[in-house]
Design a protein around this ligand. Structure first.
Ligand code: GLN
Length: 493
């Protein structure tokens, strides 16, 4: 009997189409897998009854020849995606009991394509973090921790913010999951859990109904166990939406047709500025190995320069908190979620926001409010916006010389829960390789490349031109083929 939870999304679709198993079989196997992996603390809300209803409807569609492109595929949704009638918390106390009356465009597209939703998965509150530890719902555990994660005395983080999405896909509790990516949240957790993570071009996927963190950087993303599976997810999630004024009206190509194509003659750039001081030797070695794999597959590897790289992290940590402070002003205890009463209106605001937001979110609101305040706006926010343009110009120039850029995804392998937490800067450094392409609005995909000496996965990311995801899929699929990463975490469903 096939292990239904261990199939790729691509093979699961083939099996469903060939009627080797039904959507109900598929869903039941995944509901059991979700239960078996509860020790990872990945789900905030499980929706097994809803999943079974959707699966029954999916089987009926298939029986009458009306199945859609992703019919019967069980997935998990990051809890930043508003789901009609299903609690959506943003992993925050302030939205603990928020039940949206509408569905996000991206989750609606997945439902329309026939996907089954297993539930809502955890992440850092509002997407703020790189380890999935910043949430009142508790840290998520990386299935690479060990065969019995609960008993381990050094539980590893799955990365963040989309740590729940990464953990369930790696642990075989969902065939795929949505993430979001504001500064690396779909790519860095993928790297730390040995799976594929992608952020498309800004404007490719609708942000409608995705709870906002930093609107000019936020973009829906996904996590899967192969590049071909990612092509299927992205093909479904992408597309213009008139409900999001920043979504862009360009046709979405069939990404699956890029899988397995030759990359002969493709030019891959290695940015020299990414060889930062103190770059972990194993990460560097993996990066060079990845470059030679692409060379073996027929690509030409050249050096490129992104001179403003060193400003990316400081610029991100001005712009993201600035936008967050404005976006999060709406949680005032009046219209949404939790309210903590006070003697007057102001103290009600203070009590609500003090109790509803955890420490990291309050820190970002303070930083954001500061950099936007009169007298500091020009010095920080405006300056950061100018440097942001320089960062984009760097990429535009580099991507004239090459078709895609190859870089490490994360500066290290998965670390222990509680580590890097005393000093926020330590945690912010996790994003050193990922934030620049959010600032530039470009697409990126992280592919697992191998295991480090400590037995934990390492990933590399490919960065492409705006709306040229096809080239990324080609290069990523070639890299995946050469890397032959077939490792599974020691703990799976
Ligand atoms: N780790 C980054 C942050 O804390 C990025 C998070 C994200 O992409 N949502 O802001």
């Amino acid at each position: 009997m096939t292990n239904l939870t261990d199939l790729s999304l691509t093979d699961a679709l083939k099996g469903l189409e060939a009627k080797q198993f039904s959507a109900v079989d598929m869903t039941k196997a995944h509901i059991a897998a979700v239960e078996k992996t509860r020790c990872l603390n990945a789900f905030i809300t499980e929706t097994p009854e809803l999943a079974l209803q959707q699966a029954t409807a999916s089987d009926a569609r298939r029986a009458s020849g009306k199945a859609s492109v992703m019919d019967g595929i069980p997935i998990a949704l990051k809890d930043l995606y508003c789901t009609k009638g299903v609690r959506t918390t943003a992993a925050s106390k302030i939205l603990e009991n928020f039940v949206p009356t509408y569905e996000s465009t991206v989750s609606q597209k997945l439902l329309d394509a026939g996907c089954i939703t297993l539930g809502k998965v955890s992440h850092d509150e509002f997407g703020m973090g790189a380890a999935n530890v910043n949430t009142p719902f508790g840290a998520v555990i990386n299935p690479w921790t060990g065969a019995d994660p609960e008993k381990s005395n050094r539980k590893l983080v799955p990365g963040g913010s989309s740590g729940g999405s990464a953990a369930v896909v790696a642990a075989r509790a969902a065939l795929a999951a949505t993430g979001t990516d504001t500064g690396g949240s779909s790519r860095q957790p993928a790297a730390l859990t040995g799976i594929v993570g992608m952020k498309p071009t800004y404007g490719r996927c609708s942000r409608f109904g995705v709870i906002a963190f930093a609107s000019s950087l936020d973009q829906p993303g996904a996590m899967t166990r192969s590049v071909a599976d990612m092509a299927l997810m992205m093909r479904t999630m992408s597309g213009f939406d008139e409900k999001d004024s920043t979504s862009v009206d360009v046709a979405v190509p069939d990404y699956t047709s890029a899988i397995g194509n030759s990359i002969k003659g493709m030019k891959i750039g290695l940015p020299k500025e990414y060889r930062i001081d103190g770059l972990n030797a194993e990460v560097d070695a993996a990066w060079q190995k990845g470059a030679s794999m692409l060379r073996d597959a027929g690509a030409e590897v050249i050096e490129v320069s992104l001179p403003h790289t060193k400003y990316a992290l400081p610029v991100y940590y001005i712009i993201a908190p600035a936008e967050a402070s404005s976006n999060l002003a709406r949680y005032d205890g009046v219209r949404f979620g939790v309210r903590v009463p006070g003697e007057n209106l102001n103290s009600m605001y203070e009590n609500t926001r003090g109790a509803g937001f955890s420490k990291e979110v309050r820190r970002r609101i303070l930083i954001g409010t500061y950099v936007l305040s009169a007298g500091y706006y020009d010095a920080y926010y405006l300056k950061a916006q100018k440097v942001r343009r320089c960062i984009r110009n760097d990429f535009d120039a580099a991507l004239k010389k090459c078709d895609a850029i190859l870089a490490p995804t994360a500066p290290s392998t998965a670390f222990g829960i509680g580590e890097k937490q005393d000093d926020p800067i330590q945690m912010y450094l996790e994003d050193v390789f990922t934030v620049s392409l959010n600032l530039a609005g470009l697409p990126g995909i992280s592919v697992p490349i191998g295991l480090a000496e400590n037995g934990l996965p390492l990933g590399l990311q490919l960065i492409g031109r705006a709306f040229d995801e096809m080239t990324l899929f080609k290069a990523a699929s070639a890299l995946e083929k050469e890397a032959k990463f077939t490792h599974k975490p020691p703990f799976t469903a």
